[in-house]
Structures are given as C-alpha cells and as structure tokens.
Write a protein that binds this ligand. Structure first.
Ligand code: 4NP
Length: 157
C-alpha cells in the first residue's frame, strides 16, 4: 500500500501544485513513485479547474520541474483518505482543521516548513500578488521542504 500525501494551499494554482510536482520529481529520482502518491488541493474555490499559475509554471520550469494538474477544492473526505496533509501556511492549517471539528484526523495535518533544513521559514509565503522573485523563492523553499519530507518518510528502498 502506498502512502498518500496531500499538499494544500489557498488557490491550488501556486504553492500546493508546486509542492506536489516537486515531490513527484524527487520520488521519480529516487525510484519511489510506487510507494508514495501525491495530490494537491486548495481551501478556496476561486480557481477550480484551472492549471497552475503561469508565473509559477515558468519558475518551476527553470529548475527542471513541469507543473501538472488542475485546481480542486479541499473536501472533508480528503482528511480521511490521505495519510499526511501538508499545509503551506497557518491559515491553510486552520482551514484544513475546520473541516474536522471532532479532531479525528488532526494528527495527519502538518505545516510543510517543519521539514525544511536550509530555511527557517514557518510558512510558504503566498506569491500570488507579488513579483517574480516570490515565485523563485517558493521553489527554493519547497525543494528544501520536500527533500526533508522524503527523508522523514518510512520507505523501503
Ligand atoms: P496559492 O496562491 O494559494 O499558492 O495557489 C494563490 C492563488 C490565488 C489567490 C491567492 C493565492 N487568489 O486570491 O485568487
């Protein structure tokens, strides 16, 4: 049985699809795609069905990562279905937990920056309303976080 990871941000067009595709990239490099599957979702419904943001896609491409996927909204059932749910910021974290009022799945929800080793950030900053440098920073931060996340998972090589 593979472990199921879900990456969550607000719009599901910038940060969480980037985390999902970076993680898939690292899993493919390590030949571990069979053991872990990744998806992403947004807490909001502003961009449903849209592909990742063009500026985010360009920044990822420069690091050799192709962004795939279409935006969808997080549902309460996702908390049951995924093994680990990774929030990009504290607002996402609270919004995820608000779908689980009994706290049954709270142990599955983490802030992705907990897994960083090169960065001291607590949150992945929302790049949507800023300049190009914000998108480059998201890539750098998520590479760090996803490497740490991969190392933290119990995997059979
Ligand atoms: P994301 O970025 O949460 O990283 O996908 C955003 C995308 C869209 C909006 C905000 C953040 N928005 O307000 O439409």
């Amino acid at each position: 049985m593979s472990q199921r990871l879900l990456f969550v941000c607000l719009g599901n067009i910038c940060r969480s699809p980037t985390a999902e595709n970076i993680m898939n990239h690292l899993l493919a490099q390590a030949n571990l795609q069979e053991q872990i599957s990744c998806d992403s979702a947004g807490t909001g419904d502003y961009h449903l069905g849209e592909p990742p943001d063009r500026r985010m896609t360009k920044a990822a491409k420069q690091q050799g990562i192709t962004l795939r996927g279409r935006a969808r909204q997080l549902q309460a059932l996702d908390l049951k279905n995924f093994d680990l749910i990774l929030a990009m910021d504290q607002e996402n974290y609270r919004d995820i937990l608000s779908l689980d009022p009994a706290g049954q799945y709270a142990h599955k929800v983490r802030l992705i920056c907990e897994f960083c080793s090169r960065h001291a950030d607590i949150e992945v900053p929302d790049p949507y309303f800023g300049g190009a440098e914000g998108f480059d920073y998201v890539i750098d931060l998520l590479l760090d976080a996803c490497e740490g996340l991969l190392n933290s998972l119990q995997l059979k090589s």
